[in-house]
Design a protein around this ligand. Sequence first.
Ligand code: SF4
Length: 312
Amino acid sequence: MSTGINYLDENWSVITGCTHAGSPGCDNCYARVSHERRHKAFLAGKKMPPQYAHPFSKVQFHPDRLDAPLHWRKPRNVGVVFGGDLFHGDVNENRRDAIFAAMLLAPEHKYFLLTKRAGDMARYANNIIAGERGLASAAAYELGRGILGALVIKSALLGWPPEHVYHGATCCTQPELDRNGPTMRGVPGKWWLSLEPLLGPVCFEDALGTDWQESQWRPSFVVVGSESGPNRRPCKLEWILSIVEQCKAAGVPCWVKQIPVPKVRDAEWFELDYSKHYFNAAQWDKACRQHGWRVSHDMAEWPEALRVRSMP
Ligand code: SF4
């Protein structure tokens, strides 16, 4: 499935559905809003895919999508279950094993897992190390790859953690980063942070410790962006700029997904040399407060210092 998420090539929606995880980031969940709109259309008799027979709160496994990565020819950046949460309590452990098995059988892609349940992700990832998961049998049975598939998985497990799987957690505020950051440091292998929607200022050192810039402790990737949608909450450019600068200092690839832009008439806006006019983030934020703001994904509208999009 193609994706509107500008750092991904694919959103692998092998699981859909979720419930509020207690994070402020769930309040305006885009996946929920979009699913519920289609569910309503289904109930009104419109022709919709069968997954929309159920509300978003029902976690659904889509077996027909399980082996999709094995059929993609070119290497892709894949978002794993961005229309739900792979670590929701209603996801059957055997299904989760099968999804990990598929990732190990198609290592040419990069997989970005993302959860708001970082503790459950860490427990699962550490159980793989401890050899408690049935990935090999999942490859053999769920994916129909037989003994050969099981052997490939067994050999991949010897080299665990894999280079192509990135465990990620969403943190919208400093308290969330304080809670999830140390947990993510305990996840074997590469890990990343999605600071979207960013709802407050964030300091990595406070959450991850003074040694956070050292290669074994730092995240492999950080995504940051303001909230979008009709109920979007304010985000200061200052907060985003600070994250870009912290990542730069630590050598961490950072992707600025979208930013708030003052909502003045477009003609007026484009006549300004805004990169100079609003070079100061505090001035930019003031302009957003005075004129209202919209969300921009277009880097041509952004100050130079924010035009940062690099992947690991
Ligand atoms: S965890 Fe993610 S998918 Fe689930 S409700 Fe929250 S924002 Fe939506």
